[in-house]
Design a protein around this ligand. Structure first.
Ligand code: SF4
Ligand code: FES
Length: 373
């Protein structure tokens, strides 16, 4: 009698509905020059940005597609004089609007107007816990005091405030002060995000990579503060990838929960997707947003599980982390379909950890972001 034919496990099917959130990168222009900027090396100039009319129509299309939250980002979105009209469009289409800002370019009058137009939430970046550190990291003198003013205006207008702190070798040890500052500023939420080396940030690996010990202590401090500040401050945490054993579920899985529209109108599955050279990104100027979400080659490139190589293909964590981050796999292995080297099962894991350690021990100078006009 023949031996029974081995049955291969059927791959779980991916079901994806509409995106929950859209990141509208309305401009690349920005007054700050943060060395950890994850925007591309090649930035879109002002004359290449989508017009107000197109953005307004994109917001309508996003709402029809099912998007609930609109994150307005950049660059510095306040650099766009038509920011108020964009907020109006979000309100007109029942989109929850979140302004992701450094605070530069906002005045009290402008904040009052944005609130009147329907702004729902403000997310303010925090480069440091005092003017000396914040202005050094942001490369903008006076930035810290402006930021404090914007936080005051935000809470006085009863708008919910989230602070976003990118932590790295130069500021990670001051996390306890950041947490105290967030409470003192009246923030409801603090995002502690360890630097990710996409875009410009990759030039600053040796200057910004925290050590394994710093990363571990940061995780412990977040856990302790979460417990202590229950009901006062919610803390979100993005741990240091390079010192971890398993990758993060980047974007909650490729093309499953969110989409990004960049300043010139191209639509991408994530913030760093432009670093994957073989992907072709459709533009809202040429194709409806819903059609791009459902049918474009870029969105379908890494949806589901069929594209996965081993060890992800037969790994039971794949429904939790979706194989990690495609852009990180691209940057570190040259193959966007490879297992994210952050994973302990990746053949490149040991090499990645050695590289991270070498970067952490290095003492590179900060290379500041340069901006288009
Ligand atoms: Fe995640 Fe792939 Fe590693 Fe499994 S092998 S834990 S799916 S990255
Ligand atoms: Fe692109 Fe993670 S940043 S998939």
């Amino acid at each position: 009698m023949d031996a029974p034919t081995p049955q291969t496990e059927p791959m779980p099917t991916i079901t994806y509905g509409p995106p929950i959130a859209m990141l509208a990168e309305v401009t690349h222009r920005c007054p700050l020059s943060c060395p950890y900027c994850s925007n591309p090396l090649e930035l879109t100039k002002r004359d290449g940005e989508l017009s107000t009319e197109i953005w307004v129509d994109v917001f309508r299309q996003a709402a029809e597609l099912g998007v609930l939250q609109m994150h307005l980002s950049g660059g510095e979105p306040a650099s766009r004089r038509d920011l108020e009209d964009m907020i109006t469009a979000c309100r007109d289409h029942d989109l929850y609007s979140n302004l992701i800002t450094s605070g530069i370019g906002l005045t009290e009058k402008r904040m009052v107007e944005l609130k009147k137009r329907g702004l729902d939430h403000v997310q303010l970046s925090l480069q440091g816990v005092d003017a000396e550190m914040a202005d050094l990291i942001g490369g903008y003198k006076g930035g810290y005091s402006r930021k404090m003013q914007v936080a005051e205006w935000t809470t006085a207008l009863d708008l919910p405030l989230t602070l976003n702190a990118v932590v790295h070798e130069k500021n990670i040890d001051r996390l306890p002060e950041m947490i105290d500052l967030a409470v003192a500023m009246g923030a409801r939420r603090l995002e502690v995000a360890t630097v990710q080396f996409h875009g410009w940030a990759d030039k600053n690996r040796a200057a910004l990579m925290p050590t394994r010990e710093q990363a571990k202590l940061c995780g412990q401090r977040v856990a302790e503060a979460r417990e202590r500040l229950k009901g006062v401050l919610v803390i979100d945490y993005v741990p240091a990838d390079h010192h971890a054993d398993y990758p993060k579920p980047c974007m909650g899985g490729w093309g499953s929960t969110g989409l990004n529209v960049v300043p010139d109108g191209r639509v991408m599955p994530c913030h760093a997707a432009h670093t994957i050279p073989h992907l072709v990104f459709d533009n809202v100027k040429d194709r409806p947003l819903a059609d791009i979400w459902e049918h474009s080659s870029a969105f379908n490139a890494y949806r589901g599980f069929d594209w996965m190589p081993e060890p992800c293909r037969s790994c039971d964590r794949k429904t939790r982390d979706f194989g990690g981050c495609r852009c990180q796999a691209m940057a570190l292995t040259g193959d966007a379909a490879a297992t994210d080297p952050v994973c302990i099962k990746s053949p490149m894991h040991a090499q990645l950890q050695a590289m991270a350690q070498a970067d952490a021990e290095g003492d590179g100078e900060l290379t500041y972001r340069t901006m288009p006009t």
